[in-house]
Design a protein around this ligand. Structure first.
Ligand SMILES: [Zn+2]
Ligand SMILES: [Zn+2]
Length: 354
């Protein structure tokens, strides 16, 4: 089969690799669609980061590079292992992609995102930027009838947004502010609405992303180049938002999200900080503020709900998709294109069957 294989920094090749075969509890999927995300782009430009380098096999998969990339994918079942009971050929499924050890302190408490041995398909093992992919049955969620491949491709980032909203305990009538209007921020704004937020504010420097947030139902948006978002949010809400969700990853955004949240409120940090900043914790103490980190997602808590919300159309995926490409075009039309168009691209999806 054809696959996009990561050989090292700036070295992704479209090449022919052996067709995958399922273990007893695995499915083989014919990949319908696979997204490319910021993590993939970092592997391309400054990696290997999460992809295990030569001589350092991943503890769960035993794999090192080269690996087939792609961790935001869905597909149709074409083959099942001998022990598979829930799926049959022809079923359309979305796989969560988080591999965990099942044995550590956190796995035993179903806090899978915290497993120190974790890895993801498409990084620690072969993923979905290919014609076919093997996935464990237990982490697969059936796609609702009529759900588009494009919507399914956004399920993985949506599950991160769902987790952020769950960690922030957003509930009916609350005011939520999102820092960052990238894919995760846009999805978190929509997920906050679904959870019952009465007002959703989005802080984002790019006009096209602010416009998209407004299309998705943001109450108001703010360009942080024009003033202080913390002051603006205070003016909008009177006391500060009940919940802030930092999805920008800019070093200044996490302190701003903590500054902005009202005393007693919840600040959720999802963006991966790209540097250090000074921060005075006095206001966290005085305001009894709660700060929650979010990494990854759990298949039966976050990913399952992401599929449900996308399938019901309560979260919209299609407007997030900037570009659709074929597998052959992954390097120039995907990774290189993303490098030159980071500001005006939200999501590129690859259709291996197209
Ligand atoms: Zn991703
Ligand atoms: Zn574990």
């Amino acid at each position: 089969m054809k696959a996009a294989v990561y050989h090292g920094q700036r070295d992704i090749r479209i090449e022919s690799v052996p067709d995958p075969t399922p273990g007893p509890n695995d499915l083989v999927l014919k990949v319908g669609v696979c997204g490319i995300c910021g993590t993939d782009l970092e592997e391309y430009t400054i990696g290997p980061l999460f992809i295990p380098d030569k001589g350092k096999p991943h503890p769960l998969t035993g794999k090192t590079l080269p690996v087939v990339m792609g961790h935001e994918f869905s597909g149709e079942v074409v083959e099942v292992g001998s022990g598979v009971t829930r799926f049959k050929p022809g079923d359309r499924v979305g796989p969560d992609i988080l591999l965990t050890c099942g044995e550590c302190y956190w796995c035993k408490r179903h806090q899978l995102a915290l497993c120190p041995n974790q890895g993801a398909l498409g990084l620690a093992g072969d993923g979905g930027l290919a014609e076919y992919c093997v996935v464990p049955e237990f982490m697969c969620i059936p796609l609702p009838n009529g759900m588009s491949w494009a919507a399914a491709a956004v399920a993985e980032p949506t599950s991160v947004a769902v987790r952020a909203v769950r960690r922030g305990q957003v509930t009916v009538g609350e005011k939520v502010a999102i820092f960052g209007g990238g894919a995760i921020g846009q999805l978190a704004a929509q997920a906050s609405r679904v959870a019952g937020a009465s007002e959703v504010y989005v802080v984002e420097p790019q006009a096209n992303r602010r416009a998209l947030a407004e299309q998705f139902g943001a109450t108001a948006t703010f360009d942080p180049k024009t003033g202080d978002p913390v002051e603006w949010l205070f003016e909008q809400t009177g006391i500060g938002p009940d919940v802030t969700i930092e999805a920008a990853g800019a070093p200044v955004a996490a302190p701003a999200a903590i500054d902005a949240v009202r005393p007693g409120g919840r600040a959720v940090i999802v963006g991966i900080p790209t540097g250090s900043v000074e921060f005075n914790f006095l206001q966290v103490v005085k305001g009894e503020k709660n700060v929650h980190g979010v990494i990854s997602h759990v298949y039966d808590e976050d990913y399952k709900n992401a599929i449900w919300l996308l399938g019901e159309g309560r979260i919209q995926a299609e407007p997030l998709i900037t570009r659709r490409i074929a597998l052959d075009d992954v390097v120039t039309g995907g990774f290189d294109w993303l490098l030159n168009h980071q500001s005006d691209t939200l999501k590129i999806i690859v259709e291996p069957g197209a």
